[in-house]
Design a protein around this ligand. Structure first.
Ligand SMILES: O=C(O)c1ccccc1NCC(=O)[C@H](O)[C@H](O)COP(=O)(O)O
Length: 203
């Protein structure tokens, strides 16, 4: 991982898009295993993950799946991190932490954004209410995330708005899916590259 802003590109489904994200300098890539136009199966993710160098984090994205299912998909896909969008509790997080996965907790922006680490998570993703929708929340209202916390800004980011969003909120990292797609579920390599560059551009 680089020392600059952490950048995660989510919802990758093809070798071309994985290679593009890695070459562009992404720190993490996400594979979606829940209902979504971006959903892939564990075998496909395992094949894609084999292309990813050690310094890039492979993340499995889940929404309110049973713990056994998450564990077995994450093992089969050979991914290193798990991102959770459901109402999972501390025991659920503890179980996955014991399995060695890096944990990303997703929370919708709102009045009660949790503190990073409350459930043992390594990173907090502050997202729009509907994940993967491409809809932005009001970044100018700044979420109540403590300084120095490992939190990722997500929700409606694009190559055109990511720099302003970072300047407004000063997150530890950013995450994008819809904003690097040419149509829903279909990534655009040029947008992936443009997003990583824009996210890290000096303001
Ligand atoms: O991407 C999805 O379809 C999805 C489905 C179910 C749970 C999570 C999902 N995505 C999670 C992500 O990490 C997205 O990158 C994040 O929500 C930002 O999405 P977008 O607003 O489209 O950039």
């Amino acid at each position: 991982m680089s020392n600059s802003l952490f950048v995660k590109i989510c919802g990758l489904k093809t070798e071309r898009d994985v290679d593009t994200a890695v070459e562009a300098g992404a720190d993490a890539i996400g594979f979606v295993f829940s209902a979504s136009p971006r959903r892939i199966d564990a075998a496909t993710a395992a094949r894609l993950a084999r292309r990813v160098p050690e310094h890039v984090l492979t993340v499995g994205v889940f929404r309110a799946e049973p713990l056994d299912e998450v564990r077995s998909v994450a093992e089969a896909a050979d991914i290193r991190a798990v991102q959770l969008h459901g109402p999972e509790d501390r025991d659920y997080y503890d179980d996955l932490a014991a399995g060695g996965w890096t944990l990303i907790r997703a929370a919708a922006f709102g009045d009660a954004v949790p503190r990073c680490g409350e459930l043992g998570e390594d990173m907090l993703l502050v997202d729009a209410p509907v994940p993967g929708s491409g809809v932005a929340w009001d970044w100018t209202s700044k979420p109540q995330v403590g300084p120095g916390e490992k939190w990722l800004l997500a929700g409606g980011l694009t190559p055109d708005n990511v720099r302003d969003a970072v300047d407004a909120t000063r997150p530890w990292g950013v995450d994008v899916s819809s904003g690097v797609e040419r149509s829903r579920g279909v990534k655009d390599p040029a947008l992936i590259t443009a997003f990583v560059e824009a996210a890290r551009a000096r303001s």
